[in-house]
Ligand binder design. Structure first.
Ligand SMILES: Cc1cc2nc3c(=O)[nH]c(=O)nc-3n(C[C@H](O)[C@H](O)[C@H](O)COP(=O)(O)O)c2cc1C
Length: 164
């Protein structure tokens, strides 16, 4: 599969999670295009809008800002992906890092907001602060494998519907 892995990270926690996810996807034989949205734009990594929309799966990762909000750089990336016609990819899985000390109700708020926004049918991955090896590394690899399996199951279900 072709995967777009886009993540926003100020102090490196989410970036570390994203790198582990990307490595696991590649280990499973998938092609990954990564965009570190804190410093890059979507069109730094894909040629044009058509290419941006052609991925089989979108993995979006973010830290959470005040009140569990989605940070501005991630919002900008989402706006770029939408284009002028409001394109929303069907297959979006969301992950992120946060801290419970900002309030339980706001913990990893951006992950929940983005998943809702994209009507994501995939499980969410939330990690407290910096991923701690090996416990979090195992959870990250496990989540990645679950997402790949679920994406492939959707593809088979779709093919079945089209042939019926
Ligand atoms: C200004 C500010 C506000 C924050 N608000 C929240 C919040 O509402 N919920 C949350 O879970 N974490 C919150 N955090 C914590 C970060 O999301 C957390 O440290 C995250 O792991 C940082 O990821 P990064 O290293 O990828 O930037 C906040 C951090 C900052 C600096």
């Amino acid at each position: 599969m072709d995967i777009l892995l886009a993540y926003d990270s100020l102090s490196g926690n989410t970036r570390e999670v994203a790198e582990l996810i990307g490595a696991e996807c590649e280990r499973l034989g998938h092609r990954v295009v990564s965009v570190f949205v804190t410093v890059e734009s979507l069109f730094d990594v894909v040629a044009d809008e058509r290419a941006a929309r052609a991925f089989d799966l979108y993995l979006l990762g973010s830290w959470s800002d005040n009140g569990g909000r989605t940070p501005p750089e991630m919002k900008e990336f989402i706006a770029e992906l939408f284009g002028d016609d409001g394109f929303r990819p069907e297959h979006v899985a969301v992950f992120g890092t946060g801290e419970t000390q900002w309030g339980e109700e706001y913990y990893c708020g951006a992950v929940h907001r983005m998943a809702r926004f994209f009507n994501s049918r995939y499980p969410k991955l939330t990690i407290e602060q910096m991923p701690a090896a090996p416990r979090d590394a195992a959870a990250i690899a496990d989540w990645t494998r679950r997402i790949m399996t679920q994406r492939e199951a959707f593809a088979h279900a779709d093919a079945h519907t089209h042939h019926a």
